[in-house]
Every structure is written in C-alpha cells, then in structure tokens.
Design a protein around this ligand. Structure first.
Ligand code: C2E
Ligand code: CA
Ligand code: CA
Length: 535
C-alpha cells in the first residue's frame, strides 16, 4: 500500500506537471502573438520622430485596431502614462501597476497598467520615439486569456506572464479571480507549503518573457480521476485505498446534473463573443457567441469541459435559452441601429427535433434591440441530424423571420454536400482543421478553394474559423472567402470588451464605416505587413 501510494504520488505529479506545461506553452504562444502584433503595428507607423497628431494619424491608428482587435487601443503616449491622439478618439490616463521593463527589441518597453477611468487592466507596449513621447499599444488582460480551459486545475492554480527581470505583466490567482468577480470580497489565503507546489516555467525564445504556472499538489490529486485506474491495478491489496478514494470523490464531486442546473439558475453560463471580421473590406461584421462557465470561485471553464455533460443530462436546451436571453440583453443596445452587425449562436442538433426552438428565439429576441435579420444560428456537421425533413422545416421557419443559418465545422462530418443542398443553408463555416493546413504563402489547400467555389455558386457566405497567421489570412482573402474569425484578430471576449470594440469599430448607429476607406486600410496593411516580414 505504501508502494502504491508513492507510485500514485508520482503519477499525479507527472500528470499535473504535464498539464501545467501544456497550459504554459499555450499561454506563451498567445502572449508572443500579442506582442508581435504590437510590434508589427509600430513598424509601419512613423516612429523615428514625434508625429503630428492630425486626422490622418488618428485614422491610421483606427485602421490598425480595426485590423488587429486584440489591441484594445493605440495612440501616442506622453510621459509613459497619458495616451492622446488615440484610436478611440479620446485620451486616456494609465496608472502603472508594475515596474517598466525593457528587452528583446530596441526602443521597446513594457509595463502593466490600469486605465484610470475604465479601471481596465492590461499591458502597455511602448515604442519610444524620444525622452517623452512613445507610441503605445494597450492590450487588455483578457486578451491573454489566462483563465481559459483551466478546469482540470480546479480553483487554486496560478498562472503569470513575466518579464525576464521578474516583472509581472499579467497573472491569474485565486485572489485575482475572486476580486474580478466580487471587487469588495475578502479573500482568505490558503497557506500552501512551497514543497507542495507543482510548478512549471516556459521561456520565450523571441521576447524576454516567460510564463509560470503552479498548482498545489492536493488540487492535482483531487482532479486526477486517472489515479483511480492506477489504484485499480494494485488489486485487492489496495481495496481500502480505493474505498477511501471513492468516498473522497463522492464527497468532493456533487451530482453533475445538479451542478449544471444550479449553474444555469445562477446565470453562471455566460456568453463570450468572438469578433468576426469581413476580410475583404476589413470591417467588423459581428461575432460568434461561445459559452463559458464562470464558476462561483471565478474560474472560467471552456465548453470542452461541460458541453457533452450538459447534452447528456438534457440541460443543453435551458443553457442555450439562458444564453440567448443574455445575448439579447448584452447586445440589444449596441446592435440597435447598427444593422450590419450580426451575432451567431450555436445550436445543438436536438434543437432541430421540434419547432419549439423558433418560438424560444421569437420570445428572446422579439422585443430586443437585436433584429431577426442580425441573427445567425449555427448547426454543426459533426453530429448527425435525426430527421432531415423536420430540420428543413425548422430552418425554413427561421429564414422566414429573416434569420440566417450556418453550417458549422463544414467538411468534417456527416452531412457535407447533402446538408448544404437539402437544408438550404445561408452560410458555411470552414473548419479550423482546413485553415490549419494553410502553412505558408505558397501552400495549396484544394478543399478550401473548392468549398469557397461551391459556396459562391450557391450564393452562400463563407466564414473561415481559427485563423491564426497572416499567411492564412492572405490565402483566404485570395480565395475570395468573405469573413474570418480567429486568434489573429481576437480571442472570444467578455461582453464588456466586445461592446467596446463595437463602439470603436462597429460604425455609429445608422452610419457605417466607409467601405473605400476600409479597403484602403487592408491594402495598406497588407503592403506594410509584407514590408515587415521581408525586413
Ligand atoms: P466552434 O463552434 O467550432 O467554435 C470555435 C472554437 O474555436 C471556440 O472554442 C473558439 O474559442 C476556438 N477558436 C477560435 N479561434 C481560434 C483560433 O484562432 N485558434 C484556436 N486554437 N481556437 C480558436 P470554444 O469556445 O472552446 O468552443 C468549442 C466548441 O464548443 C465550439 O466549437 C462549439 O462546437 C461548442 N460550443 C461553444 N459554445 C457553445 C454554445 O453556446 N452552444 C453550443 N451548442 N455549442 C457551443
Ligand atoms: Ca460554431
Ligand atoms: Ca466550428
């Protein structure tokens, strides 16, 4: 039994460590992309003398964040903390919350800041022009997405992006997560011995940054359900241990049905919004709603951790309804009068079993600021639809209201061409799998070309998912794909951050961003980007 215990300790340590390593790598890659985006922007702006703040400079700043929404704001920075001439057309004052750090690239410095007005925190990347003035890019803390997919670690993991000099840029800790949700709550520290921490650090080879992750051993132990299988391997001898383990599990893990149901009741399932960009014009065209479970302790879980369970326990429908209600509330104000913006919502295939879904949609959005013709509903091709005729009837009902319907994950699953033809889809979403296949400027990805050709022939709009690199964007643009979403532009954002983006880029109510100007922007940017690349 003693041996079994040691073995299990080892096993849990290795498992925990592997998870930390994966997470650190993912966060590091994301952070590098964010910093690279800022650098790309600086390289194409007049950064060797202090530029005159005129309309043309402001327009350039605006066009920059239009192309790169992961940057919340770009502008000139005076004395390291006052932003003027900004893309948001209003000045901002930042309060530094870390020491300034330099390194990696000449002229560049980084500091963690908080906007004095909005109190939003993030990273300010500065390109200094002279002693007092720099160009600054403000990246919101949320863009680092530190809380994404952390469920396996329960509530006690800590994750931080740090500079080589030890300066903390952004971090997530049990305390920060609690305070984010409940600013006035009191946090009770749980003393953890240093020896009891599993930790990992991942260093960047491109910038002077690193990502550190740690997790108390006890948490890894509690989360590691795989450990059970290991104990089973020890047969009769470990019977008692198994019993103890099961009792612990039973005490720790409440009935999943109850937790999800409780979560829905408490509005813990919240919509995140991933911007979708019209890649031909450079305009913001809307967003896709992606559900997140914001647990009581502030942990944010991605759908991979609960969506199958929700479906299996019959709670997928109430979850979707709760999301639709929140979407109507979140976007109603901003979408009213900006009729070109749309919002895409994922449905489950069981939604196409009966017409109830249509009346639910009417109820949620009928009296809201979001019009039916701004709504898109996505159906995935990954799971089969039970009855195609019934689904067709439901889709037609939706389309009668002005709603559009999209085939999600196209090319990966069951329906394929049949779905497109018989169901009468309006939009086709090319799965990330195929976008990933675009690996360089010269790559040929026939499936992307043929999907887009076919869609054009059927008068459908094509959206590419999971776009992460400039090469992919260039290829998709050349193939005539209309729209795209992906980390290159922005991760899924909480409502407040998406709404700010809409305010900045979504055109004024009634008015729209001028199309000519927008395509000028993309042309200018593409040119500029290739200049950066060849430099
Ligand atoms: P999906 O509908 O294909 O959504 C796109 C997924 O790709 C999202 O994952 C999104 O965060 C992720 N993603 C977007 N851009 C990039 C990128 O550039 N790189 C990478 N690596 N990933 C990117 P997420 O939010 O974890 O959602 C996973 C899936 O869960 C969704 O896939 C969808 O099938 C399902 N889902 C999410 N929210 C809902 C919902 O409210 N209802 C239903 N029925 N399903 C949902
Ligand atoms: Ca989707
Ligand atoms: Ca998809």
């Amino acid at each position: 039994m003693f041996a079994a215990n040691i073995f299990m300790r080892d096993y849990v340590m290795t498992q925990g460590h592997q998870q930390l390593e994966q997470t650190s790598k993912r966060v590091l890659a994301r952070s590098e992309t964010l910093i690279q985006t800022a650098i790309d922007i600086f390289s194409v702006l007049p950064h060797y003398r202090v530029p005159v703040c005129d309309k043309s400079l402001q327009d350039r700043f605006r066009s920059m964040i239009l192309r790169h929404p992961v940057l919340h704001d770009v502008g000139l920075i005076y004395n390291g903390e006052f932003m003027y001439c900004s893309s948001m057309q209003q000045s901002a004052s930042f309060h530094p919350i870390s020491a300034k750090a330099v390194g990696g690239v000449d002229h560049l410095s980084y500091v963690a800041v908080q906007d004095r007005d909005s109190e939003m925190r993030g990273l300010l990347v500065n390109w200094s022009i002279d002693d007092q003035v720099s160009i600054g890019g403000f990246i919101l803390e949320d863009a680092f997405n530190l809380d994404d997919r952390q469920s396996d670690f329960s509530s006690s993991f800590e994750l931080s992006v740090m500079l080589e000099n030890g300066t903390m840029l952004v971090e997530t800790t049990p305390k920060s997560r609690l305070l984010k949700r409940a600013p006035f709550a009191t946090f009770h520290e749980n003393p953890v011995l240093k020896d009891d921490l599993i930790s990992h650090q991942e260093k960047s080879s491109r910038y002077p940054i690193s990502v550190s992750a740690s997790l108390p051993f006890q948490e890894a132990w509690a989360a590691s359900s795989g450990a059970m299988n290991v104990i089973n391997g020890f047969g009769v001898l470990s019977g008692a241990l198994i019993l103890i383990f099961f009792v612990r599990m039973a005490l720790k893990k409440p009935d999943p049905h109850n937790t999800i149901e409780e979560g829905i009741r408490r509005r813990e399932f919240i919509p995140y919004y991933q911007p979708i960009i019209d890649i031909q014009s450079g305009r913001l065209s809307g967003c896709e709603v992606l559900v997140r479970w914001r647990k009581e302790d502030g942990t944010i879980l991605s759908p991979g951790h609960f969506i199958d369970l929700a479906e299996a326990t019959g709670l997928a429908r109430p979850m979707t309804t709760s999301l639709m209600e929140q979407v109507a509330q979140d976007l109603g104000g901003a979408y009213q009068g900006r009729h070109h913006l749309k919002v895409a919502i994922n449905l489950f295939n069981r939604h196409f079993d009966n017409l109830k879904v249509v009346s639910e949609i009417e109820q949620c959005f009928g009296n809201s600021g979001v019009r039916f013709d701004q709504l898109v509903f996505e159906i995935t091709e990954r799971q089969p639809l039970e009855n195609l005729d019934r689904a067709r009837a439901i889709i037609m009902r939706m389309q009668k209201l002005g709603i559009r319907v999209a085939l999600d994950d196209a090319g990966t699953g069951h329906g394929g061409f049949t779905y497109l033809q018989t169901l009468g889809m309006d939009i086709i979403k090319i799965d990330k799998l195929f976008v990933d296949a675009i690996t360089g400027d010269s790559s040929q990805v026939p499936i992307v070309d043929s999907l887009s050709q076919m869609a054009r022939g059927m008068n459908m709009v094509v959206v590419a998912e999971g776009v992460e690199t400039e090469e992919q964007l260039a290829y998709l643009r050349r193939s005539g794909i209309n729209e795209a979403q992906g980390y290159l532009f922005s991760p899924p954002l909480p409502a407040s951050a998406y709404l700010q983006l809409v305010e900045a880029l979504g055109g004024n109510a009634g008015k729209q961003v001028k199309k000519d100007a927008a395509s000028d922007v993309s042309r200018e940017d593409t040119g500029a980007m290739s200049a950066v690349k060849s430099a």
